[in-house]
Design a protein around this ligand. Structure first.
Ligand SMILES: *Cc1c(COP(=O)(O)O)cnc(C)c1O
Length: 423
């Protein structure tokens, strides 16, 4: 017997018993033109705005107006060390030590900066392994790194592919690749949670496999950060990168995160691209000193950062810190399990869920393949007030986000889908 039940009453009851339900009220929920709240299922693409964000940004605007350049030291939250105010809570969200985490740049830029340091091809070991349906930006970034080192981007790229008629990746197949080509692979770079299937990989297992074969291992956690408990430190990964505008609710194009494992924190010989913000804070403003790199992930910063974007990140991280990623994760598992339960009632010959059914191997996103569907279905859903994401040829991605989505959201979404399919 399922632990979930059918019917609207059950959904209402679950919302009443949900100790996080009041957080929905702390976000702006987009509305249709009649003022009705939409069913927002795309927090995996752009997280919603916390109501507190405005006042965090206003604080910095006011201090800038009042203080000008003095704000670097005199602002309520001085701008000079502002990024440090984010470190601990960001480290908590991704399961890292503070020295391993930095908020800087944007995601694809960080991926490049990490590869500058950690992709060090030699004559015999120069290939990069990625998953075959990696996010396009990751694939382009990796290919351009290969070309940058004078390596043919087809020859140098190894794809970890799903088997025929399957969507998910199998670890046996990764093991097989490493067995035959492990000594040619310099870098393994995988999306920690695949953006398309929602498959959450075992980061530790992949890292151990990679390290056993002397490969560097990095992850793009754009779909993991704020969604699953990444435990980056324990995974042992060499580096990771992520953005903050998806599950981390920090606004369109906001700054990104990077993780460099503690074991690399004091390695001053690690090659990197640098700027004055990677230099020793004590002597930074002497302006003439020989470069002296900061320890840890901070040593990868280049520039003094955009404070307005960081203020939005701080607003969001303060909320994450208050709740804790583990509590969000508990709700996420319930909410996503309930979503899966309701979808299954529509009949497995109509709906196929690509995302793993094991709750340890996914976050809150379900990727739904609808038989004989085309973009028209997605358009109808949108008309019915559901904001979801369509991927050609026939997949709808929906992410019930534990911070602001409710059991009733999920119930209403499936009812609307059912109505459209029965037309
Ligand atoms: C969202 C996403 C990106 C987007 O990169 P930006 O540099 O932030 O534009 C890249 N990779 C993955 C895996 C993503 O999910």
């Amino acid at each position: 017997m399922s632990k979930y039940k059918l019917g609207l009453e059950y959904a209402k009851e679950q919302d009443q018993n949900d100790e996080l339900s009041h957080y929905r009220n702390q976000f702006h929920i987009p509305k249709n033109k009649h003022g009705h709240e939409l069913i927002y299922m795309t927090g995996n693409s752009l997280g919603l705005q916390p109501k507190s964000t405005k006042s965090y940004i206003n604080q910095e605007l006011e201090d800038w107006a009042k203080l000008g350049v003095e704000g670097h030291l005199e602002a309520k939250n001085p701008w000079l060390p502002y990024h440090e105010f984010l470190t601990e809570s960001m480290a908590n969200v991704v399961g890292a030590k503070p020295i391993e985490v930095i908020v800087m740049n944007t995601l694809t830029a960080n991926l490049h900066f990490m590869m500058v340091s950690f992709y060090k091809p030699t004559k015999t070991r120069y290939k990069i392994l990625i998953e075959s349906d990696a996010f396009p930006s990751d694939k382009y970034a990796v290919e351009s790194q290969l070309r940058h080192h004078g390596i043919d981007d087809k020859e140098g790229l190894i794809l970890w592919k799903p088997r025929k008629n399957e969507e998910l990746l199998r670890y046996e197949d990764l093991e097989a690749i490493l067995e035959t080509q492990g000594d040619e692979i310099a870098l393994i770079m995988i999306g920690g949670v695949n953006y398309y299937t929602g498959q959450y990989f075992d980061l530790k297992r992949i890292t151990e496999l990679g390290h056993k074969n002397n490969c560097i291992v990095g992850f793009d956690c754009a779909h993991g950060a704020g969604n699953v408990e990444l435990n980056l430190h324990d995974s042992g990964a060499d580096f990771a990168v992520w953005c903050t505008y998806k599950y981390l609710n920090s606004g369109p194009g906001s700054l990104a995160g990077a993780f460099v494992h503690e074991r690399h924190a004091y390695d001053k010989n690690l090659n990197r691209f640098t700027g004055w913000w990677s230099h020793n804070k004590q002597t930074r403003f002497n302006m003439r000193d020989e470069f002296d790199v900061l320890p840890g992930a901070e040593g990868w910063q280049l520039s003094n950062p955009p404070i307005l974007s960081m203020a939005a990140i701080k607003a969001s991280l303060d909320m994450f810190n208050e709740v804790g990623i583990n509590k969000l994760n508990d709700k996420s598992k319930k909410l996503t399990g309930y979503f899966e339960f309701l979808l299954k009632q529509l009949g497995e010959d109509t709906i196929k869920i690509i995302t793993p059914n094991n709750s340890e191997e996914r976050g809150c996103q379900l990727s739904i393949q609808v038989k004989n569907a085309n973009k028209n279905l997605h358009n109808k859903l949108t008309e019915a007030g559901v904001i979801s994401d369509w991927r050609e040829p026939d997949v709808i991605r929906c992410a019930p986000v534990p911070f602001y989505n409710s059991f009733q959201d999920v119930y209403n979404l499936v009812e609307k889908l059912k109505a459209i399919l029965n037309e």
